[in-house]
Write a protein that binds this ligand. Structure first.
Ligand SMILES: NC(=O)C1=CN([C@@H]2O[C@H](COP(=O)(O)OP(=O)(O)OC[C@H]3O[C@@H](n4cnc5c(N)ncnc54)[C@H](OP(=O)(O)O)[C@@H]3O)[C@@H](O)[C@H]2O)C=CC1
Ligand SMILES: CC(C)CCC[C@@H](C)[C@H]1CC[C@H]2[C@@H]3C(=O)C=C4C[C@@H](O)CC[C@]4(C)[C@H]3CC[C@]12C
Length: 293
């Protein structure tokens, strides 16, 4: 037996034993009862579904997005579902001043913060990179810098509550996919920022958890409209996806993978056979339908 195997086999055994016997806490909806939560991008898609789950769990909600009318409807539904309270602030995350304003509103309206769910994205295209540098800059401001600004403003409240930051990212923030060049750049940036910040929190004993969520294709209206004709992989349901994100945040997990098995397997391939994964991804694209768009 090679020397490497002599080390690897006992090491794998140790990892498995640790995994089986470590006291993994189970999720209970009561964990979110009475918690003060901000959800961004909550007027539609996964953000809207997260607001409904949190409402059913009895949280205090502050939701945000640009479209006032949609937010009002989501707030009304949250109250019906049992939210301890539900309020909204409308505005655009292109402007970091608005991002900071939302956190100040939480301080005034909720008197503190337990969970910050960063989920919004600005609109982009699903096509070959068009070379528009201005669009990349704008998307970085909406999808990345506003996340940074909200985190910085929320730190004092989160330190006080021992709270959580939940960052909604994508497989496109871990692996290169065709037709998501500007978007993918913003999602990779989130991984760099938040994974590095998590390390500093550990060094400084800062009791704030950071959960990065790695999602595959999800059946939200906007994603279906943009990619359903071109991407051959079947989309996963937004309701279940939203619940998995909340569970991961409440359990203070480092990362959430949805759906777990396919994403974990793809990340394994990325690390051990990157060219093979790239090839398998390209095979899941129907370029004929791209031309028809
Ligand atoms: N759906 C998918 O296949 C996947 C999604 N994800 C991630 O999941 C998250 C949610 O995606 P999904 O639910 O599909 O997206 P949606 O397009 O359904 O929702 C996006 C939300 O962001 C808001 N928004 C858009 N532009 C702005 C802006 N400039 N300022 C503030 N808010 C804005 C929208 O509301 P309004 O227009 O009213 O402002 C809406 O509430 C994102 O982080 C995305 O990257 C990750 C992988 C796959
Ligand atoms: C390798 C497999 C396990 C998973 C493959 C998943 C592929 C098909 C998934 C992973 C990330 C997904 C994109 C994404 O993150 C967000 C958006 C924004 C939305 O408005 C339009 C759709 C779009 C571009 C998704 C399209 C489908 C993508 C490429």
């Amino acid at each position: 037996m090679g020397r490497l195997q002599k080390i690897l086999i006992p090491f794998a055994g140790l990892v498995l034993a640790f995994w089986f016997y470590s006291a993994r806490e189970d999720f209970k909806p009561e964990m979110l009862k009475g918690k003060r939560v901000i959800v961004t991008g909550a007027s539609s898609g996964i953000g809207e579904q997260m607001a409904y789950h949190l409402a059913q769990m009895g949280s205090h909600l502050l939701i945000t997005a640009r479209t006032e009318a949609k937010l009002q409807k989501v707030v009304a539904r949250c109250l019906e579902l049992g939210a301890a309270s539900a309020q909204h602030v409308s505005g655009s995350m292109e402007d970091t001043a608005f991002a900071e304003h939302v956190v100040k509103e939480a301080e005034e309206l909720l008197g503190g913060l337990d969970m910050l769910i960063l989920n919004h994205i600005g609109s982009s295209y699903f096509h070959y990179f068009d070379g528009d540098v201005g669009h990349v800059r704008k998307l970085l401001e909406t999808n990345f810098l506003s996340y940074v600004a909200m985190t910085v403003s929320a730190l004092p409240m989160l330190k006080e509550s021992g709270g959580s930051i939940v960052v909604v990212s994508s497989m496109a923030g871990k692996v290169g996919f065709p037709f998501t060049v500007p978007y993918s750049a913003t999602k990779f940036a989130l991984d760099g920022f938040f994974s590095s910040l998590r390390q500093e929190f550990a060094l400084q004993n800062t009791n704030i958890s950071i959960t990065l969520c790695i999602l595959g294709f999800i059946n939200t209206d906007s994603a279906m409209k943009a990619a359903a004709d071109v991407v051959l992989i079947p989309p996963a349901p937004k309701e279940e996806c939203a619940l998995e994100i909340i569970k991961g945040g409440a359990l203070r997990q480092r990362e959430v993978y949805y759906k777990y098995a396919t994403i974990k397997f793809s990340l394994l391939l990325r690390d051990w056979a990157a060219d093979l994964l790239d090839y398998l991804i390209r095979r899941e694209y129907n370029l004929e339908n791209l031309e028809k768009k």
